[in-house]
Design a protein around this ligand. Structure first.
Ligand SMILES: [Fe+2]
Length: 206
């Protein structure tokens, strides 16, 4: 089963002024699309053709023969999660159970925002910033290039792309401005809360 480029869950201009139509046209229609197309070519003959995207990401991680496949499938996974992490709707706030967990593990929403931006700024070169849930606790993490929480056996609740292509059109070299716009205006807290609920109920059932 071939991997498919997901449609954006909002219009291309819906995230303006924080993320432009031009950025989304390049980022989704060119960068993400290329990862999907390349992954579909690279998977041929590997024996992984019928596996889920997440399975292929974990199976190819740290496998020297499948390094390109990992890079392209992980980038497909990462971008798919990134589009869902964004919303054009002004969030009505962070749902209660999640807010309590952020307070307990990360020192509150304002501190989360500050630390998330700092983590993104400290990623040298291309990569990603994440809010992850692991071992019953929330934490902020960064990864380089295509590496991601599923490869590391962790659950991602939010992701932000800090490759230059994510912000260069709108913010030039201003990664900090982009990260601040992300935490203050773009995070889809309903999506985060859904991920948190799934991850914490899965843990409670385990
Ligand atoms: Fe990207």
């Amino acid at each position: 089963m071939a991997f498919e480029l997901p449609e954006l869950p909002y219009a291309y201009d819906a995230l303006e002024p924080y993320m432009s139509r031009e950025t989304l046209e390049f980022h989704h229609d060119k960068h993400h699309k290329t990862y999907v197309e390349t992954a579909n070519k690279l998977i041929q003959g590997t024996g992984l053709e019928d596996r889920s995207l997440e399975d292929v990401v974990t199976a190819s991680y740290k496998n020297a023969d499948l390094k390109k496949l990992f890079n392209n499938t992980a980038q497909h996974w990462n971008h798919s999660a990134f589009w869902l992490s964004l919303t054009p709707s002004k969030s009505s706030g962070v749902p209660g159970a999640l807010e309590r967990q952020i307070q307990a593990d990360l020192g509150g929403i304002d501190k989360f925002k500050k630390d998330f931006v700092a983590e993104g700024l400290s990623q040298f070169g291309s990569g990603w910033v994440w809010l992850v849930f692991d071992g019953g606790k929330l934490s902020i993490a960064k990864t380089g290039n295509a590496e991601n929480p599923p490869a590391l056996g962790k659950t991602s609740l939010i992701t932000c792309d800090v490759w230059e292509h994510a912000y260069y059109i709108d913010y030039r070299n201003g990664r900090e401005k982009f990260l601040n716009a992300f935490v203050d205006h773009l995070i889809n807290w309903e999506y985060v809360a859904e991920n948190f609920e799934k991850a914490s109920s899965h843990r409670a059932a385990a």
